[in-house]
Design a protein around this ligand. Structure first.
Ligand code: ADE
Length: 239
């Protein structure tokens, strides 16, 4: 996959893309990530990227021209249509399902704004997806772009080794992940549940499923509502 990020603050990205899973994914050739400052595509003397809103009002609006030019420069000889993603609190809420969908794409271009709004023509004529990472307002789309990039890149087949499988991830089967424990068995008097030490794989799987169900039911009842629970799971929840 090729990922391009358009931002006015490239430095915000280098720590994230130069560390951990993101670095490994690039080193092993699963993804190429390029960061571009779209101020370079502004054609006026001062490299302006924003202007006052027509109709008045507080704040500035990002001009369409530098953003269009930046995207066009990246896609000039593209053979496949990239997903052009705008990070905005007005976007569709980001989910694991959306991350999986994007992980199957050959190319993503992410556009990050800072403080300001975007000229509506960017939304109407350039962007394919508007994504929000949650119902709160950040000062920058950059943090949101990093969240989306991380969630997508780890799902590209091969990026995570077997030991870091995504199979038990929260959300991957519609439930939050079950509780996990490691050594020591007794930490300050708080002990690991006996069942996990029993070696009985079927009972352990059953316990984990019940725990995942309980955790989801108590913390995220909205997720349970949209699941089609088996009769057995409906009875477990009522217990
Ligand atoms: N930019 C500012 N807030 C945001 C949010 N919640 N999601 C995506 N982009 C944003």
């Amino acid at each position: 996959m090729k990922v391009d990020v358009l931002t006015l603050f490239p430095d915000m990205f280098y720590g994230v893309i130069g560390s951990s899973m993101m670095k490994r994914a690039q080193d092993q050739g699963f993804v190429t990530i390029d960061i571009t400052n779209f101020r370079e595509f502004s054609q006026d003397r001062h490299h302006t990227v924003d202007d006052y809103p027509f109709g008045g009002g507080a704040g500035m609006v990002l001009k369409p021209d530098p953003i269009f030019r930046a995207v066009e420069s990246l896609t000039i000889d593209a053979t496949t249509k990239p997903r052009v993603i705008l990070l905005t609190p007005q976007g569709v809420p980001f989910t694991q399902e959306k991350a999986l969908e994007l992980a199957g794409e050959p190319r993503m271009i992410m556009i990050c704004g800072h403080y300001e709004g975007y000229d509506e023509r960017v939304r109407e004529h350039l962007v394919t997806d508007e994504i929000s990472i949650g119902d709160y307002v950040l000062t920058s789309g950059e943090l949101a772009a990093m969240v989306v990039m991380d969630a997508v890149v780890r799902l590209i087949p091969g990026v995570l080794g077997n030991e870091e499988s995504t199979d038990t991830d929260s959300f991957s089967h519609g439930l939050l992940e079950f509780p996990q424990y490691t050594r020591p068995r007794d930490f300050r008097g708080w002990c690991v549940p006996d069942i996990l030490l029993s070696g009985h794989h079927k009972n352990i799987a059953e316990w984990r499923h019940e725990q995942a169900l309980y955790r989801t039911y108590t913390r995220r009842p909205d997720m349970i509502e949209i699941l089609e629970l088996s009769l057995a799971d409906q009875q477990r929840i009522r217990k």
